[in-house]
Design a protein around this ligand. Structure first.
Ligand code: ATP
Length: 301
């Protein structure tokens, strides 16, 4: 097993006094060996989940979700949660476990993710944290007492895709979500006069439908009018996803350039410019392969 979870020695243990027959033995300072954690960052739609599963295929690992909307139960299509099939048996934590009406804060994330990391490491596995919520990752890694950094060595990976290419991809993804039942899924969550600043209702794909569902609910306007509202909502979702991607990119660049985080950038653009087998080939060659090389090196250090 590649993961070394044992402590080299435990300085907090009080050792029995061994007679040294007058020898003046040097005192060796031992520090517990740090555990390893991999974090996969990247803006929405760049393949973080896919890479986490690829890595988990090479190391015994479990994934901790760090997307602030995917932590909630429900709206699986709107929040683009990984499916059970896509998980391929790799255990996932913090995915769809929070009451959608409640707020889940960065502090809640730090506490829950820390417990999950401990239990994963306790099972002799590698924790892989994957998700787009950079405020969660920052709160976890740069906690006030630097507790995370004193316990864990972290390998930061970043799946990056050129923005114009990604904008097209996330817009097309919204169309695929609609075909997969996005409107029906969000309609079930609709309540007149909802508070869109709380819980899962903040997710892109929820507030945008308000005017459409309101018209449906109150039977106002004719079908043509409502179809127009639906079209507008879908367009807004596309625009908001593109805006989210731009904001998330700036946050990653800030962590890298201003905070000096050692983030390994992996360029996945070519995979998104191709489709089918060619895209899969490029993914193995340009994303999964290099990602694994970085993680292998990290695990050996
Ligand atoms: P912020 O401080 O702006 O909330 P963050 O780094 O904490 O940023 P992000 O993941 O960038 O978190 O999420 C920002 C917003 O983007 C969320 O509040 C939500 O509206 C939307 N969002 C994020 N992830 C998703 C998702 N999976 N599905 C739908 N909307 C999402």
């Amino acid at each position: 097993m590649t993961i070394i979870t044992m402590m080299i020695c435990q300085p907090q243990l009080s050792l029995p006094q061994i007679p040294t027959r007058g020898l003046d033995l040097p005192v060796i300072q031992c520090r517990p060996q740090k555990e390893k954690v991999v974090v996969i960052m990247g803006v929405t739609g760049t393949g973080k989940s896919r890479l986490s599963i690829d890595l988990a295929g090479c190391y015994p690992a479990e994934v901790i979700n760090s997307d602030k909307m995917q932590v909630y139960e429900g709206l699986d299509i709107a929040t683009n949660k990984i499916t059970e099939d896509e998980c391929t048996g790799v255990p996932h934590h913090l995915l769809g476990i929070v009451d959608p009406e409640k707020d889940f804060t960065a502090e809640n994330f730090v506490a829950t993710a820390s417990l999950a990391m401990k239990s994963i490491v306790g099972r002799g596995k590698l924790p892989i944290i994957a998700g787009g919520s950079n405020s969660f990752i920052e709160a976890l890694i740069d906690d006030r007492n630097y507790e995370f950094r004193s316990r864990y060595d972290v390998c930061l990976l970043w799946t990056d895709v050129a923005m114009p290419v990604l904008h097209r991809f996330v817009s097309d993804r919204v169309d695929r979500m609609v075909s997969a039942g996005l409107v029906e899924e969000v309609r079930k969550f609709y309540k007149p006069n909802s508070d869109y600043t709380k819980g899962i209702r903040r997710a892109i794909g929820v507030p945008e439908f308000d005017s459409y569902f309101r018209a449906e609910f109150s039977s106002s306007g004719d079908k043509k009018y409502r179809d127009k509202l639906l079209e507008q909502a879908i367009n807004e979702i596309k625009i908001n996803n593109c805006k989210l991607a731009c904001r998330q990119l700036k946050k990653i660049q800030r962590l890298r350039n201003e905070k000096g985080w050692d983030i390994h950038r992996i360029d996945a653009t070519a995979c998104f410019q191709n489709s089918g087998e060619k895209s899969d080939e490029l993914w193995s060659e340009m994303v999964a392969g290099p990602g694994l090389v970085i993680v292998n090196q990290f695990m050996l250090n």
